[in-house]
Ligand binder design. Structure first.
Ligand SMILES: Nc1ncnc2c1ncn2[C@@H]1O[C@H](COP(=O)(O)OP(=O)(O)OP(=O)(O)O)[C@@H](O)[C@H]1O
Length: 540
């Protein structure tokens, strides 16, 4: 999973004379490793085919420089290549002779980035790495953290600069910030005896509770074997952390913005020791609904060495401008093409005339063999509930529903059922569109047309994750037709075919695009249904 590796390398090129002491540190790290890691370090440098996200994109539309048209050049590196890279790395570190590094690595780094379709911008962008061995050579990664990574079968790796990372859905952005943060924190605060100040050292922000919970679970996987104190911020944990003694033992807080802001305003949480701040799903967190809260969190993080990073699969120009205002001298990394889904997801659009015709179309679909689990997106909470009821009443098995109007317990239960594989069909709203990682989702159906191009990209990105294939179907009615062209462009960019007549449609104006999410739809998906709701609920 080279994308992770490319997001991983922090720090700038060294001026070896000026930073002699640092150079010695690195030399030491190479010649005398801290401790050997229990778990096997990745010996097999070949990228597994299922994690080669762009394997289907070899003939795609990504811009490629002349002279690199051989499709095989986008395949995984062969072992001899990696060996020579490793030798070079060792040679470089052995060669700390006081000469200024003239950037020998740059052409090789450029070639690697080009091969895996990553673009990086910013001053002194460090060269990418290919294998975990390189990571061990360059940084003192705590051996327990490395073992935890291996235990979770993360074979391929994912430093310190502000970062804007844009990488398609399902490519492992979570690990690409968790791992470096935990590595840089080094050890739980409880074992650092005051050397790292007191108070929370990392804040990870996500737009939904479900996503915050998922990030928390990922973080716990890396936290085993050490007494890391990772807190999923909630009413209950906020109350516990009113006590400063309890607060000072916390390493990492994962939260939605509002919950955190409430505690900051009450004076029950100080963030002046925060060294790492991540905005996951940054464009969502920087939109008008969250912006003021996020800004309040950022201004509470007053540590001079704070490292900030924004991550998302989409970063429209407005959000990117806001992000760049927040970040200091950032590196900007784009994996693949910005705002473009992975070619692993095969996308189609289906004409359904009007709203009333959608349900019969969906039931026809369910009359054929289908591949559960699948996710269906509707535009509103009542429509999600109503569609789940209709499907149940029509005999579809294991239908579930999740939206923000449900209680916390109901939502948690629905996510758990989905994770356990008990839900075959999950009907949901935008709340599930971003970040949620249910590995096995084979298909996404946009029952209601997405509210924006970004919403489309995130919704369909619930399938085709971690290198798996996926399928996305989008229903459109006459009312949705003016917005079809925007979605068609995304299909085209990511290699799905689009009928000619759609391509000939006029481009919607900016004003029209804004209206995309505002189409009024009936509260229920079957106006004829007056009875039977309770039966449906009972059946579920
Ligand atoms: N190095 C790795 N090797 C194998 N699997 C990985 C690796 N890193 C992450 N994954 C898996 O890939 C899946 C997707 O990861 P993640 O949820 O972080 O994607 P994402 O890029 O944040 O997607 P989204 O944009 O939808 O939030 C997860 O199931 C995760 O466990």
């Amino acid at each position: 999973m080279e994308a992770f590796q490319l997001l991983s390398r922090g720090g700038a090129r060294f001026h070896k004379q000026r930073f002699k002491s640092d150079v010695q540190l690195f030399t030491h790290a190479v010649t005398k490793p801290e401790k050997s890691v229990n778990a096997p370090v990745n010996q097999d440098s070949t990228l597994p085919p299922e994690l080669d996200f762009f394997k289907y994109a070899q003939g795609g539309r990504a811009k490629r420089k002349a002279g690199n048209t051989d499709p095989s050049s986008s395949s995984a590196p062969s072992r001899p290549d990696v060996r020579s890279k490793r030798r070079k790395t060792n040679h470089e570190t052995e060669d700390f002779d006081g000469n200024e590094d003239d950037g020998d690595d740059a052409p090789e780094g450029d070639a690697l980035r080009e091969r895996v379709r990553v673009t990086a911008k910013g001053s002194n962008v460090p060269p990418p790495i290919e294998v975990f061995d390189d990571l061990l050579d360059r940084f003192k990664i705590p051996h327990r953290l490395m073992s935890n990574l291996m235990d979770n079968h993360y074979k391929y790796p994912t430093g310190r600069r502000d970062l804007a990372a844009i990488s398609p859905t399902g490519t492992g952005k979570t690990l690409s910030y968790l791992f470096p943060i935990m590595s840089l924190l080094g050890a739980p605060i409880s074992s650092l005896k005051g050397t790292e100040g007191s108070g929370v050292r990392a804040i990870l922000l996500a737009p939904t509770r479900e996503l915050a919970h998922q990030i928390y679970n990922e973080c716990l996987k890396l936290a085993v074997r050490r007494k890391w104190r990772v807190v999923l911020y909630s009413k209950a944990t906020a109350s516990t952390l009113r006590d400063k003694n309890a607060r000072d033992k916390v390493d990492i807080v994962i939260s939605t913005p509002l919950r955190l802001v409430a505690s900051i305003q009450e004076g029950n949480l100080d963030l002046n020791n925060v060294r790492h701040l991540v905005l996951d799903e940054a464009d969502r967190l920087l939109d008008s609904e969250f912006l003021a809260q996020v800004q309040e969190v950022i201004s509470a993080c007053t540590h001079p060495e704070i490292q900030k990073a924004v991550f998302s699969a989409t970063l429209p120009a407005g959000a990117e401008q806001l992000a760049m205002g927040i970040l200091r001298n950032p590196i900007r990394i784009v994996v693949g093409l910005k705002d473009t889904p992975l070619p692993l997801i095969s996308q189609t659009v289906t004409y359904v005339a009007d709203d009333a015709s959608k349900l019969p179309s969906l039931l026809t679909y369910f009359a054929q063999p289908y591949n559960p689990p699948l996710l269906i997106f509707t535009s509103t909470q009542p429509r999600a509930t109503s569609l789940a009821e209709e499907l149940t009443l029509n005999g579809i098995a294991n239908v579930d529903c999740l939206h923000a109007g449900m209680t916390k317990k109901e939502r948690d239960d629905a996510v758990s059922r989905m994770r356990r594989g008990e839900s075959w069909v999950m009907v949901s709203t935008e709340v599930m569109a971003r970040g949620m990682d249910f590995k096995g989702v084979r298909e996404v159906i946009n029952y209601d047309f997405p509210t924006s191009v970004q919403s489309y990209i995130h919704r369909i990105g619930r399938t085709g994750r971690a290198g798996r294939d996926g399928k996305a179907v989008t229903y459109f009615t006459d009312e949705d037709a003016p917005y079809l062209k925007s979605i068609a462009n995304v299909l085209l960019q990511s290699g799905s075919s689009v009928p000619d007549w759609i391509l000939k449609l006029p481009k919607p104006s900016k004003l029209k695009k804004k209206q995309m999410g505002k189409i009024k739809r009936a509260e229920t998906v079957n106006a004829a249904r007056k009875i039977g709701r309770n039966d449906a609920i009972k059946k579920r």
